[in-house]
Design a binder for this molecule. Structure first.
Ligand code: ADP
Ligand code: MG
Ligand code: MG
Length: 483
Protein backbone atom coordinates (compact mmCIF):
# COMPACT_ATOMS: atom_id res chain seq x y z
CA UNK A 1 0.00 0.00 0.00
CA UNK A 2 1.28 3.47 -0.88
CA UNK A 3 2.21 5.60 2.10
CA UNK A 4 -0.30 8.44 2.45
CA UNK A 5 0.63 12.06 2.14
CA UNK A 6 -0.49 14.98 4.32
CA UNK A 7 -0.88 18.43 2.84
CA UNK A 8 1.33 20.94 4.68
CA UNK A 9 -0.35 23.64 6.77
CA UNK A 10 1.01 26.32 4.42
CA UNK A 11 0.94 25.95 0.69
CA UNK A 12 4.47 25.14 -0.55
CA UNK A 13 6.81 26.07 -2.13
CA UNK A 14 7.17 29.58 -0.73
CA UNK A 15 8.29 32.36 -3.03
CA UNK A 16 12.09 32.82 -3.02
CA UNK A 17 11.66 36.38 -1.74
CA UNK A 18 9.56 35.11 1.17
CA UNK A 19 12.16 32.49 2.05
CA UNK A 20 14.93 35.05 1.86
CA UNK A 21 13.06 37.11 4.41
CA UNK A 22 11.78 34.50 6.80
CA UNK A 23 14.59 31.91 6.94
CA UNK A 24 17.28 34.19 8.42
CA UNK A 25 14.68 35.53 10.88
CA UNK A 26 13.71 32.01 11.94
CA UNK A 27 17.36 30.99 12.32
CA UNK A 28 18.10 33.95 14.53
CA UNK A 29 14.90 33.39 16.51
CA UNK A 30 16.05 29.81 17.13
CA UNK A 31 19.54 30.86 18.19
CA UNK A 32 18.32 33.66 20.42
CA UNK A 33 15.79 31.41 22.17
CA UNK A 34 18.19 28.54 22.68
CA UNK A 35 16.85 26.14 20.05
CA UNK A 36 20.53 25.41 19.67
CA UNK A 37 23.34 22.93 20.23
CA UNK A 38 27.09 22.80 20.32
CA UNK A 39 28.58 21.84 16.99
CA UNK A 40 30.09 18.37 16.70
CA UNK A 41 32.08 19.18 13.59
CA UNK A 42 33.33 22.54 14.78
CA UNK A 43 33.30 22.14 18.53
CA UNK A 44 33.75 25.18 20.69
CA UNK A 45 32.30 25.14 24.20
CA UNK A 46 31.79 28.89 24.03
CA UNK A 47 29.59 28.93 20.97
CA UNK A 48 26.27 27.54 19.80
CA UNK A 49 24.63 26.72 16.50
CA UNK A 50 20.88 26.65 16.06
CA UNK A 51 19.60 23.06 16.10
CA UNK A 52 18.22 21.74 12.80
CA UNK A 53 14.52 22.58 12.60
CA UNK A 54 11.69 22.56 10.08
CA UNK A 55 10.42 25.95 9.00
CA UNK A 56 6.76 24.96 8.92
CA UNK A 57 5.18 22.88 11.69
CA UNK A 58 4.23 19.39 10.49
CA UNK A 59 0.57 18.46 10.48
CA UNK A 60 -0.51 15.80 12.93
CA UNK A 61 -4.05 14.47 13.42
CA UNK A 62 -5.54 16.08 16.52
CA UNK A 63 -7.37 12.93 17.54
CA UNK A 64 -4.18 10.89 17.58
CA UNK A 65 -2.25 13.61 19.38
CA UNK A 66 -4.94 13.69 22.06
CA UNK A 67 -4.88 9.93 22.29
CA UNK A 68 -1.12 9.97 22.90
CA UNK A 69 -1.54 12.64 25.57
CA UNK A 70 -4.39 10.78 27.24
CA UNK A 71 -2.57 7.47 27.47
CA UNK A 72 0.61 8.84 29.05
CA UNK A 73 -0.53 8.44 32.64
CA UNK A 74 -1.38 4.81 31.96
CA UNK A 75 2.08 4.30 30.46
CA UNK A 76 3.68 6.01 33.48
CA UNK A 77 1.81 3.61 35.74
CA UNK A 78 2.81 0.67 33.58
CA UNK A 79 6.53 1.49 33.55
CA UNK A 80 6.45 2.22 37.27
CA UNK A 81 4.90 -1.15 38.02
CA UNK A 82 7.17 -3.04 35.64
CA UNK A 83 10.21 -1.41 37.25
CA UNK A 84 9.09 -2.74 40.63
CA UNK A 85 8.28 -6.26 39.41
CA UNK A 86 11.53 -8.07 40.04
CA UNK A 87 10.27 -11.41 38.74
CA UNK A 88 9.19 -9.89 35.45
CA UNK A 89 12.54 -8.12 34.92
CA UNK A 90 14.56 -11.19 35.86
CA UNK A 91 12.50 -13.52 33.70
CA UNK A 92 12.52 -11.35 30.61
CA UNK A 93 16.09 -10.12 30.76
CA UNK A 94 17.71 -13.42 31.62
CA UNK A 95 18.63 -14.42 28.07
CA UNK A 96 19.68 -10.86 27.20
CA UNK A 97 22.14 -10.59 30.07
CA UNK A 98 23.83 -13.81 29.04
CA UNK A 99 24.96 -12.25 25.77
CA UNK A 100 24.72 -8.49 26.11
CA UNK A 101 27.54 -7.20 28.27
CA UNK A 102 26.11 -3.73 28.79
CA UNK A 103 22.70 -4.89 29.98
CA UNK A 104 24.49 -7.46 32.09
CA UNK A 105 26.46 -4.74 33.87
CA UNK A 106 23.30 -2.74 34.54
CA UNK A 107 21.63 -5.87 35.80
CA UNK A 108 24.53 -6.63 38.16
CA UNK A 109 24.06 -3.23 39.76
CA UNK A 110 20.40 -4.10 40.22
CA UNK A 111 21.31 -7.45 41.81
CA UNK A 112 23.83 -5.80 44.11
CA UNK A 113 21.51 -3.13 45.47
CA UNK A 114 18.65 -5.58 45.67
CA UNK A 115 20.66 -8.04 47.76
CA UNK A 116 21.96 -5.25 50.00
CA UNK A 117 18.46 -3.81 50.43
CA UNK A 118 17.23 -0.74 48.53
CA UNK A 119 18.17 2.42 50.47
CA UNK A 120 15.84 4.85 48.74
CA UNK A 121 12.45 3.38 47.93
CA UNK A 122 11.27 6.29 45.82
CA UNK A 123 11.98 6.45 42.09
CA UNK A 124 11.50 9.40 39.79
CA UNK A 125 10.51 8.58 36.23
CA UNK A 126 10.79 11.24 33.55
CA UNK A 127 9.62 9.26 30.56
CA UNK A 128 9.11 9.91 26.90
CA UNK A 129 6.87 7.67 24.83
CA UNK A 130 7.56 7.99 21.09
CA UNK A 131 5.11 7.39 18.26
CA UNK A 132 4.92 7.19 14.51
CA UNK A 133 1.62 7.28 12.67
CA UNK A 134 0.59 4.15 10.88
CA UNK A 135 -2.06 4.67 8.23
CA UNK A 136 -4.52 2.09 6.96
CA UNK A 137 -8.09 3.35 6.48
CA UNK A 138 -7.27 5.94 9.18
CA UNK A 139 -3.98 7.06 10.65
CA UNK A 140 -3.30 5.82 14.18
CA UNK A 141 -0.33 6.28 16.51
CA UNK A 142 1.94 3.30 17.11
CA UNK A 143 4.52 3.32 19.86
CA UNK A 144 8.13 3.23 18.68
CA UNK A 145 9.56 2.92 22.19
CA UNK A 146 9.40 4.40 25.65
CA UNK A 147 12.48 6.00 27.18
CA UNK A 148 13.08 5.80 30.90
CA UNK A 149 16.54 7.40 30.97
CA UNK A 150 17.76 10.74 29.62
CA UNK A 151 14.50 11.48 27.78
CA UNK A 152 15.71 14.59 26.02
CA UNK A 153 14.41 17.63 24.14
CA UNK A 154 11.76 18.59 26.69
CA UNK A 155 13.65 21.85 27.21
CA UNK A 156 14.17 22.93 23.61
CA UNK A 157 10.87 21.53 22.38
CA UNK A 158 8.93 23.78 24.70
CA UNK A 159 10.12 26.64 22.48
CA UNK A 160 9.43 25.10 19.09
CA UNK A 161 5.73 25.91 19.08
CA UNK A 162 6.64 29.53 19.84
CA UNK A 163 9.14 29.54 16.98
CA UNK A 164 6.46 28.23 14.66
CA UNK A 165 3.96 30.81 15.94
CA UNK A 166 6.46 33.47 15.00
CA UNK A 167 7.10 31.96 11.55
CA UNK A 168 3.39 31.50 10.76
CA UNK A 169 2.68 35.08 11.80
CA UNK A 170 5.56 36.28 9.60
CA UNK A 171 3.99 34.34 6.73
CA UNK A 172 0.71 36.15 7.30
CA UNK A 173 -1.00 33.04 8.66
CA UNK A 174 -1.73 34.28 12.17
CA UNK A 175 -5.17 32.64 12.10
CA UNK A 176 -3.45 29.25 12.13
CA UNK A 177 -1.79 29.71 15.51
CA UNK A 178 -4.78 28.18 17.27
CA UNK A 179 -3.72 24.80 15.90
CA UNK A 180 -0.38 24.81 17.72
CA UNK A 181 -0.96 23.12 21.09
CA UNK A 182 0.64 24.65 24.20
CA UNK A 183 3.60 22.71 25.55
CA UNK A 184 4.72 22.75 29.16
CA UNK A 185 7.18 19.86 28.96
CA UNK A 186 9.98 21.82 30.60
CA UNK A 187 7.93 22.98 33.62
CA UNK A 188 6.51 19.49 33.95
CA UNK A 189 9.86 17.69 33.90
CA UNK A 190 11.45 20.21 36.27
CA UNK A 191 8.32 20.03 38.43
CA UNK A 192 8.94 16.28 38.71
CA UNK A 193 12.51 16.85 39.85
CA UNK A 194 11.38 19.47 42.36
CA UNK A 195 8.69 17.22 43.72
CA UNK A 196 11.33 14.54 44.26
CA UNK A 197 13.58 17.14 45.88
CA UNK A 198 10.78 18.05 48.32
CA UNK A 199 10.11 14.39 49.13
CA UNK A 200 13.80 13.99 49.95
CA UNK A 201 13.20 16.60 52.63
CA UNK A 202 16.55 18.35 53.07
CA UNK A 203 16.45 22.11 52.50
CA UNK A 204 20.16 22.31 51.66
CA UNK A 205 20.39 19.26 49.41
CA UNK A 206 21.02 19.83 45.69
CA UNK A 207 19.97 18.25 42.39
CA UNK A 208 22.75 16.51 40.47
CA UNK A 209 22.76 16.06 36.69
CA UNK A 210 24.98 13.21 35.50
CA UNK A 211 26.31 14.46 32.17
CA UNK A 212 28.45 13.25 29.27
CA UNK A 213 32.16 14.12 29.06
CA UNK A 214 31.17 16.59 26.34
CA UNK A 215 27.58 17.81 26.15
CA UNK A 216 26.42 18.79 22.68
CA UNK A 217 22.75 19.11 23.59
CA UNK A 218 23.67 21.72 26.17
CA UNK A 219 20.72 24.09 25.73
CA UNK A 220 18.20 21.35 26.42
CA UNK A 221 20.02 20.46 29.65
CA UNK A 222 20.62 24.05 30.74
CA UNK A 223 16.94 24.90 30.19
CA UNK A 224 16.18 22.31 32.86
CA UNK A 225 18.74 23.78 35.23
CA UNK A 226 17.57 27.34 34.71
CA UNK A 227 13.90 26.40 35.02
CA UNK A 228 14.56 24.66 38.33
CA UNK A 229 16.16 27.84 39.71
CA UNK A 230 13.23 29.87 38.41
CA UNK A 231 10.61 27.56 39.93
CA UNK A 232 12.47 27.08 43.22
CA UNK A 233 15.09 29.81 43.76
CA UNK A 234 16.74 28.02 46.67
CA UNK A 235 17.43 24.78 44.80
CA UNK A 236 20.91 24.39 43.36
CA UNK A 237 21.77 22.17 40.40
CA UNK A 238 25.25 20.75 39.88
CA UNK A 239 26.62 18.79 36.91
CA UNK A 240 29.11 15.92 37.12
CA UNK A 241 30.35 13.24 34.76
CA UNK A 242 30.50 9.66 36.01
CA UNK A 243 34.30 9.99 36.03
CA UNK A 244 34.10 13.07 38.23
CA UNK A 245 31.69 11.22 40.47
CA UNK A 246 34.12 8.35 40.87
CA UNK A 247 36.72 10.79 42.18
CA UNK A 248 34.51 13.14 44.20
CA UNK A 249 31.47 11.29 45.50
CA UNK A 250 31.09 9.23 48.66
CA UNK A 251 28.34 7.94 50.91
CA UNK A 252 27.68 9.47 54.31
CA UNK A 253 26.74 7.72 57.53
CA UNK A 254 23.17 7.23 56.44
CA UNK A 255 24.09 6.56 52.82
CA UNK A 256 23.59 10.18 51.84
CA UNK A 257 25.21 10.86 48.47
CA UNK A 258 27.86 13.49 49.14
CA UNK A 259 29.78 15.45 46.51
CA UNK A 260 32.31 18.01 47.67
CA UNK A 261 30.43 18.53 50.92
CA UNK A 262 27.03 18.86 49.22
CA UNK A 263 24.26 16.38 49.89
CA UNK A 264 22.44 15.21 46.76
CA UNK A 265 18.64 14.95 46.92
CA UNK A 266 17.96 13.95 43.31
CA UNK A 267 20.19 12.43 40.61
CA UNK A 268 19.04 13.09 37.06
CA UNK A 269 20.90 10.97 34.50
CA UNK A 270 21.55 12.57 31.12
CA UNK A 271 24.33 10.08 30.53
CA UNK A 272 24.98 6.44 31.36
CA UNK A 273 22.58 4.88 28.83
CA UNK A 274 25.20 3.64 26.35
CA UNK A 275 28.42 1.67 26.80
CA UNK A 276 30.74 4.42 25.52
CA UNK A 277 29.52 6.71 28.30
CA UNK A 278 31.42 4.56 30.82
CA UNK A 279 35.13 5.32 30.45
CA UNK A 280 36.31 2.63 32.83
CA UNK A 281 35.31 0.41 35.72
CA UNK A 282 35.57 3.54 37.90
CA UNK A 283 32.56 4.98 36.06
CA UNK A 284 30.65 1.77 36.69
CA UNK A 285 31.61 1.99 40.35
CA UNK A 286 30.23 5.53 40.39
CA UNK A 287 26.91 4.33 38.97
CA UNK A 288 26.77 1.67 41.68
CA UNK A 289 27.64 4.18 44.38
CA UNK A 290 24.80 6.45 43.24
CA UNK A 291 22.42 3.50 43.15
CA UNK A 292 23.37 2.51 46.69
CA UNK A 293 22.73 6.00 48.00
CA UNK A 294 19.78 7.63 49.65
CA UNK A 295 19.40 10.12 46.76
CA UNK A 296 16.25 9.81 44.63
CA UNK A 297 17.34 8.56 41.23
CA UNK A 298 15.90 9.45 37.82
CA UNK A 299 16.00 6.71 36.85
CA UNK A 300 16.74 4.00 39.40
CA UNK A 301 18.53 1.04 37.88
CA UNK A 302 15.28 -0.93 37.73
CA UNK A 303 13.49 1.93 35.97
CA UNK A 304 16.39 1.96 33.51
CA UNK A 305 15.96 -1.79 32.92
CA UNK A 306 12.19 -1.39 32.57
CA UNK A 307 12.86 0.91 29.60
CA UNK A 308 14.87 -1.63 27.62
CA UNK A 309 13.69 -2.79 24.22
CA UNK A 310 13.45 -6.36 25.52
CA UNK A 311 10.98 -5.33 28.21
CA UNK A 312 8.95 -3.39 25.64
CA UNK A 313 8.73 -6.54 23.56
CA UNK A 314 7.83 -8.66 26.59
CA UNK A 315 4.95 -6.31 27.39
CA UNK A 316 3.46 -7.01 23.97
CA UNK A 317 3.29 -10.70 24.83
CA UNK A 318 -0.32 -11.85 25.37
CA UNK A 319 -1.31 -11.51 29.02
CA UNK A 320 1.64 -9.32 30.04
CA UNK A 321 -0.27 -6.04 30.28
CA UNK A 322 -2.92 -7.67 32.45
CA UNK A 323 -0.24 -8.43 35.00
CA UNK A 324 0.25 -4.69 35.59
CA UNK A 325 -2.97 -2.94 34.67
CA UNK A 326 -6.07 -4.22 36.41
CA UNK A 327 -8.49 -2.31 34.24
CA UNK A 328 -9.58 -3.81 30.93
CA UNK A 329 -9.96 -0.39 29.27
CA UNK A 330 -6.41 0.56 30.18
CA UNK A 331 -5.09 -2.74 28.85
CA UNK A 332 -7.02 -2.28 25.64
CA UNK A 333 -5.84 1.30 25.13
CA UNK A 334 -2.19 0.31 25.57
CA UNK A 335 -2.47 -2.74 23.36
CA UNK A 336 -3.96 -0.53 20.70
CA UNK A 337 -0.76 1.56 20.39
CA UNK A 338 1.54 -1.48 20.17
CA UNK A 339 2.67 -2.77 16.84
CA UNK A 340 4.11 -6.25 16.17
CA UNK A 341 6.97 -7.02 18.58
CA UNK A 342 8.75 -10.37 18.55
CA UNK A 343 11.36 -12.16 20.63
CA UNK A 344 14.15 -14.02 18.87
CA UNK A 345 14.55 -16.86 21.35
CA UNK A 346 15.47 -20.39 20.27
CA UNK A 347 11.97 -21.79 20.22
CA UNK A 348 9.17 -22.19 17.74
CA UNK A 349 7.90 -18.64 17.85
CA UNK A 350 11.47 -17.27 17.71
CA UNK A 351 12.19 -19.31 14.58
CA UNK A 352 8.95 -18.15 13.04
CA UNK A 353 9.89 -14.53 13.70
CA UNK A 354 13.33 -15.00 12.13
CA UNK A 355 11.81 -16.52 9.01
CA UNK A 356 9.12 -13.90 8.76
CA UNK A 357 11.73 -11.11 8.88
CA UNK A 358 14.15 -12.79 6.49
CA UNK A 359 11.46 -13.26 3.86
CA UNK A 360 10.23 -9.69 4.17
CA UNK A 361 13.05 -7.58 5.66
CA UNK A 362 11.61 -4.21 4.59
CA UNK A 363 8.67 -4.73 6.89
CA UNK A 364 10.76 -5.11 10.06
CA UNK A 365 13.29 -3.34 12.26
CA UNK A 366 15.85 -5.28 14.24
CA UNK A 367 16.77 -3.69 17.57
CA UNK A 368 19.54 -4.38 20.07
CA UNK A 369 19.35 -3.30 23.73
CA UNK A 370 20.66 0.18 23.09
CA UNK A 371 19.53 3.78 23.40
CA UNK A 372 20.42 7.04 21.78
CA UNK A 373 19.80 6.30 18.12
CA UNK A 374 21.83 4.74 15.33
CA UNK A 375 21.80 1.16 16.66
CA UNK A 376 18.91 -0.46 14.80
CA UNK A 377 19.02 -2.47 11.60
CA UNK A 378 16.71 -1.85 8.61
CA UNK A 379 15.91 -3.16 5.15
CA UNK A 380 18.13 -5.79 3.51
CA UNK A 381 20.48 -5.62 6.47
CA UNK A 382 17.76 -7.16 8.64
CA UNK A 383 18.19 -10.29 6.57
CA UNK A 384 21.97 -10.18 6.57
CA UNK A 385 22.27 -9.60 10.31
CA UNK A 386 19.74 -12.32 11.09
CA UNK A 387 21.55 -14.73 8.79
CA UNK A 388 24.80 -13.95 10.55
CA UNK A 389 23.47 -14.67 14.02
CA UNK A 390 20.82 -17.22 13.24
CA UNK A 391 22.54 -19.97 15.22
CA UNK A 392 24.18 -17.74 17.76
CA UNK A 393 22.92 -17.05 21.25
CA UNK A 394 23.49 -13.38 20.43
CA UNK A 395 20.21 -13.10 18.60
CA UNK A 396 18.25 -13.41 21.85
CA UNK A 397 19.59 -9.98 22.87
CA UNK A 398 17.74 -8.41 19.92
CA UNK A 399 14.08 -7.83 19.32
CA UNK A 400 12.21 -7.71 16.06
CA UNK A 401 9.62 -5.02 15.44
CA UNK A 402 7.18 -4.43 12.67
CA UNK A 403 8.28 -1.43 10.62
CA UNK A 404 5.89 1.50 10.90
CA UNK A 405 5.52 3.45 7.66
CA UNK A 406 4.37 6.93 8.58
CA UNK A 407 2.67 9.42 6.25
CA UNK A 408 4.85 11.81 4.29
CA UNK A 409 4.55 15.58 3.93
CA UNK A 410 6.59 18.39 2.43
CA UNK A 411 8.59 20.80 4.52
CA UNK A 412 11.71 22.94 4.58
CA UNK A 413 14.55 21.60 6.69
CA UNK A 414 16.74 24.33 8.03
CA UNK A 415 20.20 23.39 9.23
CA UNK A 416 23.33 25.34 9.94
CA UNK A 417 24.98 26.10 6.63
CA UNK A 418 21.86 25.75 4.46
CA UNK A 419 20.26 28.59 2.53
CA UNK A 420 22.61 31.05 4.10
CA UNK A 421 23.59 34.48 3.00
CA UNK A 422 25.38 32.97 -0.01
CA UNK A 423 21.91 31.98 -1.21
CA UNK A 424 22.00 28.17 -1.45
CA UNK A 425 18.68 27.02 -2.77
CA UNK A 426 16.20 25.76 -0.21
CA UNK A 427 13.59 23.33 -1.55
CA UNK A 428 10.75 21.47 0.16
CA UNK A 429 11.64 17.86 0.93
CA UNK A 430 9.56 14.83 1.90
CA UNK A 431 9.60 14.36 5.65
CA UNK A 432 8.05 12.16 8.34
CA UNK A 433 7.48 13.01 11.99
CA UNK A 434 7.83 11.21 15.32
CA UNK A 435 5.82 12.46 18.27
CA UNK A 436 7.11 12.15 21.83
CA UNK A 437 4.94 12.58 24.91
CA UNK A 438 6.58 13.28 28.26
CA UNK A 439 5.45 11.83 31.54
CA UNK A 440 6.56 12.39 35.14
CA UNK A 441 5.92 9.80 37.83
CA UNK A 442 7.11 9.40 41.41
CA UNK A 443 6.49 6.57 43.81
CA UNK A 444 7.75 3.38 45.37
CA UNK A 445 6.92 -0.31 45.07
CA UNK A 446 3.61 0.12 46.90
CA UNK A 447 2.24 3.38 45.65
CA UNK A 448 2.40 6.09 43.04
CA UNK A 449 2.57 9.51 44.69
CA UNK A 450 2.38 11.60 41.54
CA UNK A 451 1.59 10.70 37.93
CA UNK A 452 1.34 13.29 35.16
CA UNK A 453 1.47 13.81 31.42
CA UNK A 454 3.56 16.95 31.06
CA UNK A 455 4.13 17.87 27.42
CA UNK A 456 5.34 16.82 24.01
CA UNK A 457 7.99 17.05 21.32
CA UNK A 458 7.99 16.48 17.59
CA UNK A 459 11.04 15.36 15.61
CA UNK A 460 10.98 15.24 11.86
CA UNK A 461 13.31 13.52 9.42
CA UNK A 462 13.80 13.14 5.69
CA UNK A 463 11.35 10.43 4.66
CA UNK A 464 14.07 8.19 3.22
CA UNK A 465 16.19 8.17 6.40
CA UNK A 466 15.82 5.16 8.67
CA UNK A 467 16.38 7.23 11.79
CA UNK A 468 16.09 10.89 12.56
CA UNK A 469 18.43 11.75 15.40
CA UNK A 470 18.59 15.54 15.60
CA UNK A 471 22.19 15.49 16.77
CA UNK A 472 23.06 12.86 14.15
CA UNK A 473 22.06 15.29 11.39
CA UNK A 474 19.08 13.69 9.67
CA UNK A 475 16.45 14.86 12.07
CA UNK A 476 15.08 18.29 12.85
CA UNK A 477 13.10 19.82 15.67
CA UNK A 478 9.47 20.43 14.93
CA UNK A 479 6.15 21.12 16.62
CA UNK A 480 2.78 19.63 15.77
CA UNK A 481 0.16 21.50 13.76
CA UNK A 482 -3.09 19.78 14.72
CA UNK A 483 -5.65 19.04 12.03
P1 ADP B 1 16.55 4.58 20.37
O1 ADP B 1 16.37 4.16 21.78
O2 ADP B 1 17.93 4.38 19.87
O3 ADP B 1 16.01 5.95 20.12
P2 ADP B 1 14.27 3.65 18.79
O4 ADP B 1 13.54 2.40 19.02
O5 ADP B 1 13.56 4.90 19.15
O6 ADP B 1 15.69 3.54 19.52
O7 ADP B 1 14.68 3.72 17.27
C1 ADP B 1 15.38 4.82 16.73
C2 ADP B 1 14.64 5.38 15.54
O8 ADP B 1 14.43 4.36 14.58
C3 ADP B 1 13.24 5.91 15.84
O9 ADP B 1 13.30 7.24 16.29
C4 ADP B 1 12.56 5.76 14.48
O10 ADP B 1 12.92 6.84 13.63
C5 ADP B 1 13.19 4.49 13.93
N1 ADP B 1 12.35 3.33 14.27
C6 ADP B 1 12.42 2.58 15.38
N2 ADP B 1 11.48 1.61 15.40
C7 ADP B 1 10.79 1.74 14.26
C8 ADP B 1 9.70 1.03 13.67
N3 ADP B 1 9.15 -0.02 14.27
N4 ADP B 1 9.25 1.45 12.47
C9 ADP B 1 9.82 2.50 11.84
N5 ADP B 1 10.87 3.20 12.33
C10 ADP B 1 11.35 2.83 13.53
MG1 MG C 1 15.37 5.18 23.30
MG1 MG D 1 14.07 6.55 20.23
Amino acid sequence: MAVPRFEPCISLPLEPSVLEDVVPKAKDWALMHGAAMRSKTNFNPDSLQFAPFVLIPSVFPRKEFEKAVAIQEVLNELVHKVAHDRDFLVENLKSVIEVDEFTNKLFKIYETVYSEGITQNLSLGLLRSDYLLHCAADCAIKQVEINSIASSFGGISSHLGTLHSYVLAELGAGEKLKNLPPNSALEGLCGGMLEAWKLYGQEKAVILFIVEDVTYNICDQRFHEFKIREMAPKVKVIRKTLTEMSAQAKLGQHKELLVNGMEIAVVYFRSGYEPSQYNSSDDWDARLLIERSRAIKCPTIYYHLAGTKKVQQALAHPGALERFLNDADKVESVRDIFTGLYALEFNESGEKAVEMAMSNPDNYVLKPQREGGGNNVYGQQVKEVLEGMRNSQERTAWILMERIKPPVQKSYMIRPGTANSEGQKLVPVDVVSELGIFGAVIGDANKIISNKQVGHMLRTKISTADEGGVAAGLGALDSPYLI
